[in-house]
Design a protein around this ligand. Sequence first.
Ligand SMILES: [Zn+2]
Length: 568
Amino acid sequence: MSAHDLVVRGATVVDGTGAPGRDADVAVDADRIVTVGEVSGSGATELDGRGLVLAPGWIDTHTHLDANQFWDPYLTPCSRYGVTTVVLANCGYALAPLTTPEQREYVIEALVTVEQVPRDAIDAAVPFDWSDHASYVDAIARVETALNRAVLVGHLPVRAAVMGPEAACRRAATPAEIDAICALVTDGLRLGALGFSTDQVVGNVGPAGSALPGQVCDDAELLAVARALGSVPGPGLLTMAPRALLLDAEHRRADLAWHEQLAAASRKPVVIGPVFDTYDEPGVGLDLLDAMGAAQARGRQVVGQVSPRPFELWTRLDAPGVLVRVLPTLSAAVQAGGADAVRHLARDPEAMDRLRTEGARIRPSLIFSGRWDHVHIRYSPRSGDLRDRDVETIAAARGEDPVDVLIDTAIGDDFETQFAIAMRSPDDARLGALVGHPAAQLGGSDAGAHTQSNTDSCYAVWTLQHWVRERGVLALEAAVAMLTSRQADLFGLRDRGRIAPGTHADLVLFDPARVGIDDVRYVADLPAGGTRLVAEPVGIAASVVNGTVVTRDGNITGARPGTLLRGA
Ligand SMILES: [Zn+2]
């Protein structure tokens, strides 16, 4: 008979509080940690931690895995990175309540349009056998997942349920409608939702070109929602993609006053994300975090979520994306004949000369600075050595023009190359200053969304690889605290995010010298045959959810010990 269900032996325990790591054994009985120190008795399962770090599992508070949970109970790739808890329904895109077919269609199309979750997969795998919040919570509680999940109430379905989808994306709510919206919000909170989410970003576009509820609602509505959040016990966060996200520094600073008003109305945290830097207004991200720190000192919990990765737009060269549009000669070729016309263009010296001139004179825009050092190759099936290098550096090393690097790489890859324009936070050092800011929270993974153009769900292992090991911006203990206890405290997840006797046994065991990501590749594992981009994890030896091992050496074990976490 073993003394314990699980023992992790001899690891350096980084407990999530920020305290220095120390060598210890950790014993687990059932789903809780019972001992941190010397453990003499054996475990029914033993993990050898020698040479490794044991930390609380990562808590990813910004995901869009609402549909994915129905076809991927292992919530990959998050689980393979050592994430043990995910928060769903960010930015307003929740899947309940849904009481009519029209509401359902609207909510699905919003998830497809804004977050780029594949429609075919949703149609094939999501049962939609619920109507209100209560039946939805029952439905997802029946889904057994590897990781713990928590949900938010989403602005889109709530508004569509009260006003109908047509009006929900067109006009302000009446006082009676606002009351009904708030009733649905408190209903969701009482059933365990951690808070409320919305998307106010000026520039985001909803289904069929429509506006988003967060864009057309008036301030009275969200202030009423904030008061509703404050009226129920529990975390009651208001999380939002803010109005001025893509606007200039002046608008972004002004927006903060609005967030402070909301925090004052709810007396709960208001989480704003992502906060980032821009190429044309360097330092604006730091200013915002400073201002949020000052607001916090005044008792307003306005919290900035910083993505530890540059905010990128991934694009190919055979379709009319951003990179193609800024080069008129290339754009004409793509429109005339796609990939074949681009191959033809590459053999035309005159056209290539024109293209090089255009490439040197790109007018900076909100989206693209026009600088080739802000364009990285993130995926190249045939030229793996170019991955994560920027086009300017590659061109300089070869003595070529950046445009030649673009065209040659794309043709060499049969146009599968993904070029990433750093829309925001293009500068590594300035992004490092944001990541290291005392008021910063880490987040912005967007797991489950943007399946063809984003791999930021690796944000936790990336933080350890890049900001701890490669850049030295964060100490390991500080990074672990940001990925664990600080998320648990902000989102009101009790007894999680720390390694201590009595806490839930959510753990990740990793090699600090190797942890990070390797290849980015397409995986064809979505329902209805869809593909998605995945960054392969490295250096994760094991992860544990509620005392059960869910991954070993980066592979899923098949266990599904996750629970649905409730805030209230
Ligand atoms: Zn989001």
